[in-house]
Every structure is written in structure tokens, then in C-alpha cells.
Design a protein around this ligand. Structure first.
Ligand code: ADP
Ligand code: MG
Length: 292
């Protein structure tokens, strides 16, 4: 590619808020055959909200929310923040945790008013040797609706489920269909559970789902797809997407995402619009076409 063509291409990208870091990124982007999209904050808005509260056993719904939100008070995870927001909105007073520990990809562990509390996914519960059999049907129904079921355990007893949902961005479906028109396979990657991920994937037309992927394993999943052949682009917004963005042939960060993601990326979408993913690929294709 001539320097002039590259300059024109990156200039055109900048007009649309597609920041391309260097000519190499612009050149390789036209060969992309697989696009991996992070779910939370990339396909969805990233503003999860509590939708259902199901208390079982001997705690009331209000007590359940109080315990869970108090336990999540120190959490920086969007799900934890959603739980705390929900308690605030319902004027439920929070208690100060006596201890708190985040378990990445699983949930949190805390002590509230002398009670040992776990909040998180099924893996967190099975690691603690707790089997929430009586909650499985409910969890499965919520997940089929695209909601994330969050389990709560109080003193080794499953105490309930809270469902949290995140709205799909309005352009996600159309962006994915444009990628399909370009002959590209579209994969979703997420730490969320399989059923929830599949429900969201169905809604937007994803070809393949990689769910229940631990934060530290996202880059490895990118590598596996690269080994299947073809050039792989990864689109993400979060801190835990950074290694995957760096591993991909083309790392694309959402402009509203975290600084670490933006630094690790080759392309930054300033408008935070997924439609700019196919646009960046089309821009690269037209740049390459013009110089041949
Ligand atoms: P992602 O960013 O793709 O949602 P994470 O690895 O951060 O993935 O989380 C994976 C799963 O672990 C979540 O879907 C949730 O079930 C559980 N989880 C993680 N952190 C928390 C938390 N603070 N509270 C409740 N559940 C959590
Ligand atoms: Mg994300």
C-alpha cells in the first residue's frame, strides 16, 4: 500500500470517528474473516438492571436484597453495581461488610452481620459444594429470557436468585447482519452463562457463542480461532478484554470503554457504535482496492 493511500484511508476513518493506529492495521483489516464481539458493553449497553427477585427459604425478598447488595457494596463489577443501585432505589439500607472478596469470573464472598454470603454464578456455588437444585428451573427460565441469574447463598444455604438484564444496543443486530454480508463469521465471547449468552446471541444473529469464559482465558479463545485459519478481529470495551484485543490480528475498542482496552487496540470506535465495525472493514477494503 502506498503511504498516500493509507493516509487517505486513515483520514477518512477519522472523519467517522474510526481511529486507526497506523497503516498496518488499516491494511490487515480488509482480510478479516472472523469478528469476535464481547457481549457486555459491546453488543449490550453495559448498564445491567435488576429485573426479578426470587427469595426462597426463610429470608424475605427485602432481606435478600439487603444481604446481597451489602455484600456487593465493595464490588467494581457491573452486576454488583446493579445490585447496589437496586437496593438504593428501593430505599433498602445497606450493612457494612465485615469482609469482602471478589472472585473474578465467579462472583463475590462477604461476611454481613456475621452471616457468610456468596453471590455469583453456578460455578461459584459448585466450588463451595452447594447445589441449588430447587433453583435450577427458575435460573434456566430466566437465562432463556437473556437475563443473568445471580445466585445468593447465606450460611451455606441457597437463599434465592436475582435476575439482571442488560439491553441490546439498537444497532447490534444490523451491524452483525452487515458483517454477514461481508462474508464474515461473527462470534460472541462472554463470561456469562451459556443459556443467557445463547438467548442474546439469537436476538442479534450471532453465529457462534463462547460462554462462561474466564477473564484470563479470553485471549486463549482468540488464539484458538486464529488457529482455525483466517484473520481474526476482536471487539471489546472492558479491562478484561485487553489481552484478547492485543492477541487478535485486529483489536477494536469501543470508545466509551476503559482506557486499558483503548490502549490495547489497533482501532478505536469513537462513536461507540457497532455499525462502525463493518464500516472499518469496508474502509480497509476500499483503501486496498484503490492502490491496486
Ligand atoms: P463478563 O464481563 O463477560 O460478564 P465476568 O468474567 O466478569 O464476565 O463474569 C462472569 C460471571 O461471573 C457473571 O456473568 C456472573 O454470573 C459472575 N459474577 C462475576 N462477578 C460477579 C459479582 N460481583 N456479582 C455477581 N456475579 C458475578
Ligand atoms: Mg464488556
Amino acid at each position: 500500500a502506498t503511504p498516500t493511500a493509507i493516509m487517505v484511508g486513515t483520514g477518512k476513518g477519522a472523519e467517522y470517528g474510526i481511529l486507526i493506529k497506523g497503516g498496518e492495521a488499516l491494511e490487515i483489516t480488509h482480510k478479516v474473516g472472523t469478528v469476535i464481539l464481547d457481549k457486555t458493553g459491546t453488543i449490550t449497553e453495559g448498564n445491567p438492571e435488576v429485573t426479578d427477585v426470587i427469595a426462597t427459604g426463610d429470608v424475605s425478598e427485602e432481606q435478600l436484597i439487603q444481604i446481597i447488595a451489602s455484600a456487593e457494596k465493595g464490588s467494581e463489577h457491573p452486576l454488583g453495581e446493579a445490585l447496589v443501585r437496586y437496593a438504593d432505589k428501593n430505599s433498602i439500607m445497606l450493612l457494612k461488610p465485615e469482609s469482602f472478596e471478589a472472585i473474578p469470573g465467579h462472583g463475590i464472598r462477604a461476611v454481613i452481620d456475621g452471616r457468610h454470603v456468596l453471590v455469583g454464578n453456578r460455578m461459584l456455588l459448585s466450588d463451595a459444594g452447594i447445589n441449588p437444585d430447587h433453583l435450577e428451573a427458575e435460573a434456566s427460565r430466566l437465562a432463556d429470557e437473556g437475563k443473568t441469574p445471580v445466585f445468593a447463598v447465606v450460611d451455606e444455604k441457597a437463599a434465592g436468585i436475582i435476575a439482571i438484564a442488560d439491553v441490546v444496543k439498537k444497532d447490534s443486530k444490523e451491524a452483525i447482519s452487515r458483517l454477514h454480508q461481508l462474508g464474515i463469521m461473527v462470534v460472541m465471547i462472554t463470561g456469562d452463562n451459556q443459556k443467557t449468552a445463547e438467548a442474546v446471541a439469537r436476538e442479534v444473529g450471532i453465529d457462534r457463542v463462547l460462554a462462561e469464559v474466564l477473564p484470563q482465558d479470553k485471549a486463549e479463545e482468540v488464539k484458538k480461532l486464529q488457529k482455525e485459519g483466517g484473520i481474526v478481529a476482536m471487539v471489546g470495551d472492558g479491562i478484561n478484554d485487553a489481552p484478547a484485543l492485543a492477541q487478535a490480528d485486529v483489536g477494536i475498542a469501543i470508545g466509551s470503554g476503559t482506557d486499558v482496552a483503548i490502549e490495547s487496540a489497533d482501532i478505536v470506535l469513537m462513536r461507540s457504535n457497532l455499525m462502525d465495525v463493518p464500516s472499518a472493514i469496508e474502509l480497509s477494503k476500499s483503501t486496498i482496492r484503490n492502490i491496486r
